[in-house]
Design a protein around this ligand. Structure first.
Ligand code: TYD
Ligand code: MG
Length: 462
């Protein structure tokens, strides 16, 4: 049989070229050159939808070695897909990427690691710490776009890992290195290559403290999947959440712990709440992506004659102060002349305002020396007048409460049907803290009669 002759042409401007090239000489677009059978139709031309779906690589999912990461990806890594792993510097992006490369290589799928952040020696040292044999990883410096594309094209790995997209330069582009247009041009080139060559691409991208993908939020729509790696750089706890995902549900999360030998997946439900009841500790149910999670919030109240310091770890410092002020004014918990400390378990960053009520419960509990009711959790944003606002996602929150063994949820919401978790409706912060008032009656006889009546009501309700 004679050799089938193939032609290449640009999908953008139809420019014909003799052999495959990364950039179209006609219109300058990256990754648009496609193979066509001589005289025939384009390989990506019209095809019956059903055939396409059956033939598509999208059906195939490759396990990454972390069941949580597979879940966040929508069932595993999709061949020829492009995933962006975004996170603050120091959170563990390079480490996760190296784990992924090591797992796939061990499973017999070739990987190419292009690092513009670290030298080959630095990557080798990290691999050694993680117990990954250096020979298992193919490395290419990741500063020059052309070099990376060429290496990927000649090696044709299953996965090209690029650490990071901001370190990559397109010499053809005249804009600032690491700037939005550079990053965008490099991403486009890599996306084009992933699609035309059938190579999966994983990119890391730095985000700033403000949560912006340094420069280019715009590249989010160029990639198939956006994963966000988050947590507190000092504590070992990390959460990976799925944002945009062409192959799965948005909002899935996976939890990891950073140890001396790298990242280990963990189940957070047992980790973030304690079993026993303690004064100064209350359970919050923050949303994390589409799910919710039970997280312990702790507070310490120390009377002082000096300046009343307020310090929050993991909690939003401004909201912490606001909740304390509202408690002082509307909840009649005299905190103005006390030093206040607040923390979330594991230093996990909690930004969900619906955690206000749990913060209030922890503060009131610490002040009164009374633990919150057995098996309780708290949901609601607190306004300046002390009213408690309802929170979205109650179904998920109640589910998280149940998973953590909580049986009562104080919230300004209509009851969610759930046979195991009872909802205690609250309108004002005082309604949710009646147990503290009851317990603190000895400590604080100045609590108003109204609070004591609320305590009685709440005792009957519970
Ligand atoms: P890194 O993956 O370099 O973060 P990023 O690429 O997001 O900037 O890892 C960041 C931190 O993790 C670094 O400060 C050291 C720490 N670390 C460990 O604690 N254990 C380990 O095994 C590794 C590899 C890193
Ligand atoms: Mg890094």
């Amino acid at each position: 049989m004679g050799k089938v002759r193939t032609l290449h042409s640009c999908s953008e401007c139809s420019q014909q070229v003799a052999r495959w090239t990364g950039r179209c000489p006609g219109c300058g677009a990256w990754g648009t050159i496609e193979q066509r059978a001589a005289g025939g139709t384009a390989s990506s031309g019209p095809v019956a939808l059903q055939t396409l779906a059956r033939d598509g690589d999208e059906e195939r999912r490759v396990p990454t070695g972390f069941p949580g990461l597979d879940r966040v990806l929508g069932g595993g890594l999709v061949p020829a897909s492009v995933a962006l792993l975004a996170g603050e510097p120091g959170i563990g992006k390079s480490t996760l990427l190296l784990h992924l490369v090591a797992h796939l290589s061990a499973a017999g799928l070739s990987c190419l690691l292009a690092s513009g952040e670290e030298s080959r020696r630095q990557v080798a040292l990290r691999a050694e710490r993680l117990g990954i044999p250096g020979q298992a990883v193919t490395f290419v410096p990741g500063r020059q776009l052309g070099e990376v594309l060429e290496a990927a094209r000649s090696l044709r790995p299953f996965l090209l890992a690029v650490d990071s997209i901001q370190a990559l330069r397109d010499p053809e582009s005249t804009s600032t290195p690491g700037g939005p247009s550079q990053v965008r041009a490099c991403t486009d080139a890599l996306v084009g290559m992933a699609k035309s060559e059938g190579i999966a691409v994983a990119l890391t991208g730095h985000v700033t403290k403000e949560g912006d993908l340094a420069g280019p939020r715009t590249l989010e729509h160029a990639v198939d999947v956006v994963l966000t790696f988050d947590g507190d750089a000092r504590s070992g706890l990390r959460v990976l959440s799925g944002g945009k995902n062409r192959f799965g549900q948005e909002g899935e999360t996976a939890w990891f712990e950073m140890g001396s030998d790298g990242l280990r997946e963990i189940d957070p439900s047992a980790l973030l709440v304690s079993e026993g009841r303690e004064a100064g500790s209350a359970t919050a149910l923050p949303q994390s992506g589409r799910r919710a999670l039970a997280v312990e919030v702790q507070a310490l109240v120390a009377p002082t004659d000096g300046p009343a310091r307020r310090q929050a770890t993991g909690l939003d410092a401004r909201r912490f102060q606001l909740v304390a002020a509202v408690l002082d004014r509307c909840g009649r918990v005299p905190l103005a002349r006390a030093e206040l400390f607040g923390a979330s378990s594991g230093g996990l960053r909690i930004e969900d305002p619906a955690c206000d009520l749990a913060v209030a419960a922890a503060l009131a509990s610490a002040w009164a020396g009374v633990p919150p009711p057995e098996g309780s959790a708290f949901v609601g944003e607190i306004g300046l007048t002390g009213q408690v606002r309802g929170a979205p996602g109650m179904t998920q929150r109640v589910r998280a409460a149940r998973a953590a063994g909580r049986t009562t949820v104080f919230a300004a919401a209509d009851p969610v049907p759930d046979g195991l978790v009872r909802l205690v409706p609250v309108r004002h912060v005082r309604d949710a803290l009646a147990w503290a008032a009851a317990g603190a009656a000895r400590v604080a006889p100045e609590w108003p009669a109204e609070a004591h009546r609320a305590a009685e009501r709440s005792k009957r309700a519970l």
